[in-house]
Design a binder for this molecule. Structure first.
Ligand SMILES: NC(=O)c1ccc[n+]([C@@H]2O[C@H](COP(=O)([O-])OP(=O)(O)OC[C@H]3O[C@@H](n4cnc5c(N)ncnc54)[C@H](OP(=O)(O)O)[C@@H]3O)[C@@H](O)[C@H]2O)c1
Length: 279
């Protein structure tokens, strides 16, 4: 698929969470390549909005916001060629220190947000018998990370949803792909939410803090997310993209394969060593 639709007009891309990090890098890159890009933020006029991107106020946890935002794009452009479900955040804390409400809030944004957007956009893509949905997952969706259990679970759910959706919409000419970033330097680290019970009183406190320090160091020492934007452009250009697109350091990209190939005890030990929680 080229930058332009068959009628010669630029392809229309809607990216959730375009005010920061991966979404912002993708939005800026696609604008520079001639796409017509709409981005969303929960804030009405974010000062850090990417230049050249039409920003919409949208909380992906709100049915009304999603319906209104998608209707705005369709009213202005008559179509959405590419939907990028990127908005998300991570909660950190031991499973025992996570309430059902905290876990539910994580799924509300990271899983039900993409579901809301899909339900709003797919009828139009099906009617046009064309379109692409790219869901931004994570390597953590395939390799669960200790003290990020519900973040990992939310991305695993997004992986399953995307794999099933891909088979469902294929006869309608709609493509589905997953971007699976490893660690990238974005606002994700600062936005991470610790569960309320993750205090010094928790029996998990010290090991949880050590694991989080490793995650934060890896994220903040990583590359900025431009490589993800370039991979997104490749997916859009591919008339038949494969489902999974891991992006990041070689070892992180190899982690899902290692998880399958290594004896489970050895793999678990390596993970615990990586996050400095063996003792
Ligand atoms: N950075 C990494 O290492 C990494 C690795 C793997 C996967 N990911 C995934 O990449 C995606 C983007 O994260 P990022 O790293 O770019 O983090 P980020 O810099 O914190 O950006 C997150 C974006 O999501 C938006 N957002 C958060 N909650 C939202 C909600 N309820 N409704 C609408 N928008 C919401 C934020 O917009 P506002 O605050 O303006 O509303 C912001 O634009 C996430 O799905 C994340 O899980 C990141």
């Amino acid at each position: 698929m080229a930058t332009r639709a068959p009628n010669g007009s630029p392809q229309v891309v809607l990216i959730t969470g375009a005010s920061s990090g991966i979404g912002k890098a993708c939005a800026l890159h696609l604008v520079s390549r001639g796409f017509r890009v709409y981005g969303t933020s929960r804030r009405a006029r974010p000062a850090d909005a990417p230049a050249g991107v039409e920003m919409l106020e949208m909380d992906v946890t709100s049915d009304d916001d999603v319906a209104r935002g998608v209707a705005q794009v369709l009213a202005a452009e008559s179509r959405i060629d590419v939907l990028v479900n990127n908005a998300g955040y991570g909660i950190a804390g031991a499973v025992e220190d996570t309430t059902v409400e905290e876990a539910r809030a994580q799924f509300e944004t990271n899983v039900f947000g993409p579901l809301r957007l899909c339900r709003a956009v797919l009828p139009h893509m099906r009617a046009r018998r064309a379109g692409l949905v790219v869901n931004v997952s994570s390597i953590a969706g395939l390799v669960p990370v200790p003290f990020q259990a519900f973040y990992s679970a939310s991305k695993a759910a997004l992986e399953s949803m995307s794999e099933a959706l891909r088979m469902e919409v294929r006869p309608f000419g709609v493509r589905v792909a997953l971007l699976e970033p490893g660690d990238f330097r974005t606002g994700f680290t600062a936005s991470r939410v610790r569960t309320v019970a993750s205090t010094q009183q928790s029996p998990y406190y010290e090991r949880g803090e050590r694991a989080l320090a490793v995650m934060e160091r890896d994220e903040q020492g990583a590359e900025p997310p431009e490589a993800i934007a370039r991979e997104l452009e490749r997916i859009i250009a591919d008339p038949s993209p494969r489902l999974r697109h891991p992006v990041g350091k070689a070892l992180q990209r190899a982690a899902p394969t290692l998880r399958q190939l290594l004896p489970s005890g050895l793999y678990e030990r390596l993970m615990m060593q990586t996050y400095e929680i063996l003792s």
